[in-house]
Design a protein around this ligand. Structure first.
Ligand code: ATP
Length: 364
């Protein structure tokens, strides 16, 4: 079973909500559509389901073009939350509910309920009503109900958005496990990057209707293909520092001038040699990779600690080089105070160099 989108485009009047989107989702694969509000995630999902027709491009389910098929003929399972259960029905009845319309025999319905109940470990609670269930159990039942029709693929729109933080955390792992067992392609829409990073096999990061990168969670985090993905993925956000290449020093070392007049020498991707002195770039380094020291050095920026924010096991430090804010995450035991002067350096191997023409240089 597969989902394939080819040059999928949706226009609402003058607005291009989804713009030439291409990706495929394999059997048993979970792909998360991730991006800010209004970037076209839901519209993409609705075109797969047949609830919205494509202006251009094609949707293939199991290699069959389904553009003109009505939603009921596509046999996709689409659900907006894993939550809404009928309060007066038992778990078994809730699970069976989507099957009643299909004219199956009662023994067949029973067999399907049994199978889902085995997969999701609901055996002990089949006779209970939703009011008698723990939150996590309710979620498992709702997942069961959305998958019991044995559809071609699963489509979920912000399935965890109504849950509290703790339950979300539990459900992320649980849902991933369940989906792996079902071996169907699954697309999950979310604007929550943690949800995407933990549940997805691959993530499609969207912006303004376009897919910016489709890649594994590891790669969208470690190897963002452009500035948007770099800034969107990761909390706290990656430091993105505008700079000008001021001198090439060989072996991947180069001097960069930043706004405000300071410059620093750092080791970056050796391909930096291909750029000319004077090129404007953006240097990207994750807050957990920045380093600070008390000693002044040519290899970093002279900064002041603006704010120290304890975050439990780690501390978020806001640094300022006189022109811009830099975020550094350290172990909570590191003792630093506001107003202190420190040298902030970008260690070798962890700095991404983004050029204006969307080239990325990095050693990692
Ligand atoms: P959110 O996370 O806020 O739901 P999204 O990424 O899912 O956002 P979509 O709901 O797909 O984004 O919307 C993409 C764009 O298309 C938005 O600008 C939205 O206003 C617009 N849009 C969506 N549906 C319609 C419609 N039926 N008619 C006109 N414009 C629409």
């Amino acid at each position: 079973m597969t989902i394939e989108l080819k040059n999928l485009t949706k226009r609402f009047g003058d607005l291009t909500a989804v713009d030439t989107v291409n990706f495929d989702v394999g059997d048993g694969e979970v792909l998360c559509l991730l991006g800010p509000s209004g970037c076209g995630k839901t519209t993409t999902l609705r075109m797969i389901a047949g609830l919205e027709y494509a202006t251009e491009g094609d949707v293939f389910l199991n290699s069959k073009r389904v553009n003109e098929l009505a939603p009921r003929d596509r046999n996709v399972a689409m659900s907006f939350q894993f939550y809404a259960l009928y309060p007066s029905l038992t778990v078994a009845e809730n699970l069976a509910f989507p099957l009643y319309a299909e004219g199956l025999s009662s023994s067949e319905i029973e067999a399907r309920v049994q199978k889902i109940s085995d997969t999701l470990q609901l055996g002990g609670i089949l006779k209970r009503t939703p009011g008698q269930l723990a939150e996590g159990e309710k979620q498992r039942v709702a997942v069961g109900r959305s998958i019991i029709r044995d559809p071609t693929c699963f489509l979920f729109d912000e399935p965890l958005s109504r849950l509290d933080v703790q339950l979300r955390e539990e459900m992320r792992g649980e849902i991933k496990e369940v989906l792996q067992d079902l071996s169907r392609p699954t697309v999950i829409v979310t604007h929550d990057q943690l949800e995407a990073l933990t549940m997805a096999d691959r993530i499609a990061v969207m912006r303004d209707g376009r897919v910016e990168q489709v890649d594994t969670p590891h790669n969208v985090f470690q190897k963002p293909t452009n500035l948007f993905v770099a800034g969107f993925i990761g909390t706290p956000q990656m430091n993105l520092v505008p700079a000008t290449l001021s001198e090439l020093k060989g072996a991947g070392k180069a001097e960069f001038a930043v706004k405000g007049g300071q410059s620093m020498t750092i080791e970056v991707d050796p391909r930096i040699q291909e750029l000319s002195v004077g090129t404007n770039v953006t240097l990207g380094v994750r807050p957990r990779n920045l380093e600070i020291s008390q000693e002044k050095s040519q290899d970093g920026l002279s900064t002041t600690i603006d704010m120290v924010e304890p975050m439990g096991a780690e501390t978020l430090i806001h640094l300022n080089d006189g022109h811009q804010d830099l975020r550094l995450v350290t172990d909570w035991r590191v003792s630093l105070s506001e107003g202190q002067q420190v040298n902030t350096s970008f260690p070798p191997g962890v700095t991404h160099v983004f050029t204006d023409d969307e080239k990325v240089l990095r050693t990692s």
